[in-house]
Design a binder for this molecule. Structure first.
Ligand code: 1CP
Length: 346
């Protein structure tokens, strides 16, 4: 059961609050000295993701420091390929490196028992976070969207344009569809289990949605996301889902109207008045302060926070960034941002 008193949940379900709730993508991470200290004790980032107590502590660090309205479970979108049996490692300064899927024979199939074997510690961490967080702080579960995960699985790493994955999707859509369907099953299952464990809302990160044109976006972003949402809602109809199709541009409109998500996360390039007129009438919106402005700080911080709140704050709105907090962000700038959002009046 989701907690209808939580500001985040109320907003995601379409209420406009006098004070918009606030959390930041990647609010736990290397910009925090207390994160670096705990992180330094562990060689391997992925192993960290399977230590429930440590995950709870890492999720709680930014809550204690800044008093956000939501705590996102400390994990990563790469736990899904890992749980499907693909090799995943994190390299310093590179990010995730996977054993690439070279051809059709490498496409894993979804097995619920294997997934549960690997991901049970993540679900345990969600339950631990729910028991630990202050009662007014929502717990957010998450997963990567099938397209974004498929792109990493085929390419083997990020940092480029995911050309192998995009060509495969055009060249042999039938086999690419098999990969996507395995990911739909795994993603839905992972989100349902996080909700079973107490998540008050879930977010689907489609970080590379913006690489696809209209027809491919429909097939590999909208259709699989709609199916993940359908399966999730069959188990948890009352728990809100946030979709984050980063870089989707004008296709945000189709995404908002066709996938069944309750809210969309806006990246920083989405024009605010357009989002208000075209998206906020259908779904709650979340975003979209530029993470580079948060690194820079200074007078622009206030102007931009005010511009965002004045445009979107009179409808269902969750203040967030347009992408994750960067490691070089001064924590004082985050504190300043929180103060500005809290002080805003409609
Ligand atoms: O200490 C370290 O060096 C690890 C840095 C780190 C952290 C803190 C990575 C590596 N992942 C995470 C945690 C994480 N990842 C969270 C939970 C923390 C929080 O939000 O507070 C979440 C929600 C993610 C999601 C994630 N991981 C995404 C989707 C969002 C996005 O940024 O687009 C993606 C694409 C990843 C992959 C990933 N994991 C880590 C890195 C450096 C990357 C990006 C690699 C790339 O750019 O391709």
């Amino acid at each position: 059961m989701t907690d209808l008193a939580l500001a985040l949940v109320r907003t995601l379900k379409g209420e406009t609050l006098a004070k918009p709730p606030l959390w930041l993508m990647r609010q736990a991470g290397r910009y925090l000295p207390e994160y670096r200290e705990l992180r330094g004790k562990s060689e391997n980032f992925l192993e960290l993701c399977y230590q429930p107590q440590t995950c709870v502590e890492l999720s709680m660090q930014p809550i204690r420091r800044f008093g956000f309205d939501a705590a996102i479970i400390f994990s990563d979108i790469m736990v899904i390929p890992d749980a499907l049996g693909r090799k995943v490692e994190f390299r310093e300064g590179v990010g995730p490196v996977l054993e690439p899927i070279a051809d059709e024979r490498d496409i894993p199939s979804f097995e619920a028992a294997r997934l549960a074997d690997r991901l049970a510690p993540v679900w345990k961490a969600v339950a631990g976070l729910k028991a630990t967080r202050p009662a007014n702080v929502a717990v957010i579960g998450f997963a990567g969207a099938p397209w974004t995960i498929a792109a990493y699985m085929v390419e083997g790493r990020g940092g480029g344009e995911f050309t192998k994955a995009r060509r495969w999707a055009w060249r042999d859509s039938a086999s690419f569809e098999r990969l996507i369907q395995a990911l739909v099953a795994a993603t839905a299952e992972h989100l349902v289990k996080q909700a079973d464990a107490g998540a008050d809302a879930v977010q689907i990160f489609d970080s590379w949605a913006g690489l696809l044109g209209e027809s491919q976006f429909e097939r590999w972003v909208i259709a699989p996301t709609r199916e993940v949402v359908r399966r999730f809602k069959a188990a948890h109809p009352e728990i809100p889902v946030i979709g984050f199709p980063r870089g989707a541009g004008a296709l945000y409109r189709d995404y908002a109207s066709k996938t069944g998500v309750d809210a969309v996360g806006l990246d920083s390039t989405v024009p605010l008045a357009w989002a208000r007129d075209e998206l906020q009438s259908r779904v709650a919106v979340q975003g979209n302060f530029d993470n580079q402005a948060l690194v820079a700080g200074g007078a622009a911080l206030k102007t931009e926070v005010t511009r965002i709140l004045d445009t979107l704050g009179r409808g269902p709105f969750v203040f967030n960034l347009g992408h994750g907090v960067l490691p070089e962000t001064p924590p004082e700038h985050v504190a300043e941002l929180v103060g500005l959002v809290r002080a805003w009046k409609a």
